[in-house]
Write a protein that binds this ligand. Structure first.
Ligand code: SF4
Ligand code: SF4
Length: 353
């Protein structure tokens, strides 16, 4: 193992993120594999060592990092953060082991695709959001000793999260508020009170496979964060639940989009202050009265070149320039190709309510 120490602050001058990352890349090329980085808020440390021909494992021990520690870090990379990290630790983790000996800011493990993230404190808002699983790689895991902020695990589609709820006695929900919105895959193991999870998931008791996983994984986790003494406290399985997405047949919404927008959505839509919205949901390429626009021909401008007729993708323009509205999809191609601007596209929406 060839070790090197790199400072992010030299004679009171902070070096840029880019320079720090370039220096790391240079040292990797020189054969260094073990990095001790005394950072000064530089971003992406440990995550950009994607050299194509890299064949050695890398280890980073980092103090005082900036955002995205270990972002896109690949298998064979081990990162130790000696303290807390700001946002995006392990963003799109692609196989690294990332150990944080403190708290993480928002979006820890966001989009993680593989590898393990072990946190010995809390993680912030939207942590675990968009975690995913590609069967070609091992499942991503996010282990947190304490709790998450709100909106955690939004749109999670794969992987495993373990929220241990340690030291959370005064917290209403160890997953914050509105967690698991849009979750369609993966498992979250959780110990402690949970409140306000989305209706697309179900909270279940553990089964044998779950207990086996937690039993073996907890050893790995507690060893990584140097807290093996907590094992007995954390492995009382009566205190654990798992959260999984509802089966697909139970997730299908019985509310139409129109109904949702009228009853549940902000009145007039999110841009209601600026535009009128008729709440109609239009098909992608409607004909007839459903067209979003209808072409209006101006005889005075027309020079009878017939470019519009031959270019209409729907053959919807008759020889006398009347429109066959059952063919026309309102695409405005006629107006685009006309050299004399003889077609005007009229908003059709208001006429079909
Ligand atoms: S392309 Fe324009 S000018 Fe030519 S026939 Fe069509 S409407 Fe008339
Ligand atoms: S709007 Fe599109 S489909 Fe309709 S007449 Fe013009 S080119 Fe044809």
């Amino acid at each position: 193992m060839k070790t090197i120490k790199i400072d992010g602050l030299i004679k009171n001058n902070r070096i840029s993120t880019q320079d720090l990352l370039l220096e790391i890349q240079e040292k990797i090329k020189e054969g260094y594999t073990d990095f001790e980085i005394n950072a000064c808020g530089q971003h992406d440390i440990g995550g950009s060592s994607w050299a194509k021909d890299r064949d050695k494992n890398l280890t980073f021990t980092i103090t005082n990092p900036g955002q995205r520690v270990g972002a896109m870090a690949r298998k064979g990379t081990t990162i130790y953060v000696q303290g807390s990290t700001p946002a995006d630790v392990g963003w799109l983790n692609s196989g690294a082991d990332i150990i944080v000996k403190g708290d993480c800011g928002d979006t820890a493990g966001h989009c993680a695709a593989s590898g393990n993230i072990y946190v010995s404190g809390r993680v912030g808002t939207r942590s675990g959001a968009l975690m995913k699983f590609d069967p070609k790689y091992s499942k991503p895991e996010l282990w947190v000793l304490k709790n998450t902020g709100s909106f955690s695990f939004e749109f999670m589609s794969g992987g495993i999260a373990v929220i241990c709820g340690f030291d959370c006695n005064d917290i209403e929900s160890v997953l914050g508020n509105r967690s698991c919105v849009g979750m369609v895959g993966g498992i979250i193991y959780v110990r402690g009170p949970i409140k306000g999870v989305a209706s697309c998931v179900e909270i279940k008791n553990l089964e044998k496979d779950d207990i086996d996983f937690l039993n073996s994984g907890m050893d790995r986790f507690l060893t990584a964060i140097d807290k093996r003494g907590l094992k007995d406290t954390l492995l009382n399985f009566n205190e654990w639940k798992k959260i999984v997405p509802l089966p697909i047949d139970k997730r299908i919404s019985k509310t139409s989009v129109k109904e949702f927008r009228e009853k549940n959505w902000i009145k007039g839509g999110i841009f209601g202050d600026f535009i009128e919205d008729d709440y109609k949901v239009y098909p992608l390429a409607a004909t007839g009265d459903g067209r979003l626009q209808q072409p209006i021909w101006n005889k005075e401008k027309c020079i009878n070149c017939k470019i519009c007729i031959t270019n209409c993708p729907q053959n919807a323009i008759n020889e006398d320039f009347s429109i066959n509205k059952d063919k026309c999809i309102g695409c405005s191609f006629c107006a685009t190709v006309c050299p004399k601007l003889a077609w005007e596209m009229k908003d059709n929406k208001k006429e079909i309510n």
